[in-house]
Design a binder for this molecule. Structure first.
Ligand code: FAD
Ligand code: EPU
Length: 305
């Protein structure tokens, strides 16, 4: 997409030429040519409406903790900057989609509300967590989600309660141009100290089993039903296997690490190799959990590997 962007878009807060290496936890990728950072829901809505009017595809970025970007991205990218206040009404807490996910779990526990203890080790934004229906330690977002606000692909603002079919394991229908704006979780009363202690137990378990000091996108493949991708990759003998500076973590085989100078191509090749070996040894076809953006055209999860 080489044409100039319309004035209605250029009037919104934006940056040019931001490297994806700094926008994602994997630390690889090309250049984000147009990064739009609305500070209000109205600006986010104006962004979507302007894109719709011009027939421009757009993408949504959160904390970049589940994203592998393969090249420069010319299509406009929306990253919400909606503020970090939370609203507590009884046992319900509402936060904007751009709220930091770990910070939200911490605030909620400190406020004496139980239900998000599992979330305290998952980086990124609330919007990304909703899109992914993020989860850990037996919890996931759909279990606590009371309602959520989002922009439709036409730019209309809708608030609704979740319905069957909208969220599943590491999947939601908040895709195809839908933009999550905020979410309300229904929680239960709890003792802040006990909640913090429960979160610490989860964090300790994580630091025993998952690499935290090197760049990654968390688990790179989804768990196949009834199985663990990490165990399958591990028993295929792939821990420590390396292409360029991309490595199968020696600690947890479903984490691929950027040891410093990895390229997107290293990760694609490593993911392909892991998939082939696991298919050959276990007869299981692993599906990527990480979202993959190609340089041009539409978001391309699934089409690359
Ligand atoms: P991004 O990576 O920015 O985006 C991911 C997808 O969400 C993209 O398709 C994007 O378009 C979409 N998206 C982002 N914001 C919005 C929005 N407002 N509206 C609509 N779509 C949006 N995940 C787990 O589930 N459990 C774990 O235990 C876990 N542990 C992790 C540990 C580490 C060390 C790391 C690096 C990652 C881990 N992850 C885990 C993966 C990741 O943190 C989650 O998937 C997270 O919820 C992604 O959020 P994000 O804001 O970073 O999304
Ligand atoms: N295992 C191995 N080798 C490995 C890794 C794991 O044998 O290299 C075995 C473990 O010994 C254990 C089993 O596999 O018996 C499960 O391991 P773990 O408890 O680490 O859970 P997981 O299924 O690998 C899932 C999520 C994680 C989440 C943890 C904790 C997926 C794909 N992964 O991992 O989420 O943090 O449970 O609840 O669902 C993510 O989604 O990015 C993510 C990190």
């Amino acid at each position: 997409m080489r044409r100039a962007l319309p004035d209605a878009l250029l009037a919104l807060p934006h940056r040019r030429d931001a490297p994806f290496a700094r926008l994602t936890t994997l630390g690889v990728g090309g250049i984000c040519r147009w990064l739009f950072e609305p500070a209000t829901e109205a600006e986010a809505q104006a962004f979507v409406r302007a894109c719709v009017r011009e027939g421009l595809p757009y993408r949504v970025l959160g904390g970049g903790s589940n994203l592998l970007v393969l090249g420069d991205v010319d299509t406009p990218v929306l990253r919400l900057r909606l503020g970090s206040e939370i609203r507590i009404e009884g046992c319900e807490v509402t936060a904007s989609a751009s709220h930091g996910h770990i910070a939200l779990a911490d605030k909620v526990a400190a406020a004496g509300l139980s239900g998000l203890e599992w979330a305290g080790g998952i980086p990124g934004s609330l919007g990304g967590a909703l899109h992914m229906n993020a989860g850990a330690h037996g919890g996931e977002w759909v279990q606590v989600l009371a309602r959520y606000r989002f922009l439709t692909p036409e730019g209309d603002l809708v608030e609704k309660v979740p319905e069957p079919g909208e969220f599943a394991y590491r999947w939601s229908w908040l895709t195809d141009g839908r933009v999550a704006l905020s979410a309300t979780a229904r929680l239960t009363p709890g003792d802040p100290a006990a909640l913090q202690a429960a979160m610490e137990v989860h964090r300790a378990q994580r630091s025993r089993s998952q690499p935290r000091s090197k760049r990654s996108a968390g688990c790179i493949f989804k768990n196949p039903p009834g199985q663990h991708a990490g165990r399958l990759i591990d028993s295929a003998g792939l821990k420590g296997f390396r292409i360029g500076d991309a490595e199968v973590s020696p600690d947890h085989a479903n984490f691929l690490l950027n040891l410093g100078q990895a390229t997107p191509e290293d990760f694609v090749e490593l993911m392909e190799t892991v998939r082939e070996r696991v298919r050959a040894i276990h007869g299981v076809d692993l599906q990527p959990e990480v979202e993959i953006w190609t340089g041009t055209g539409e978001p391309a999860s699934g089409g690359v590997l």
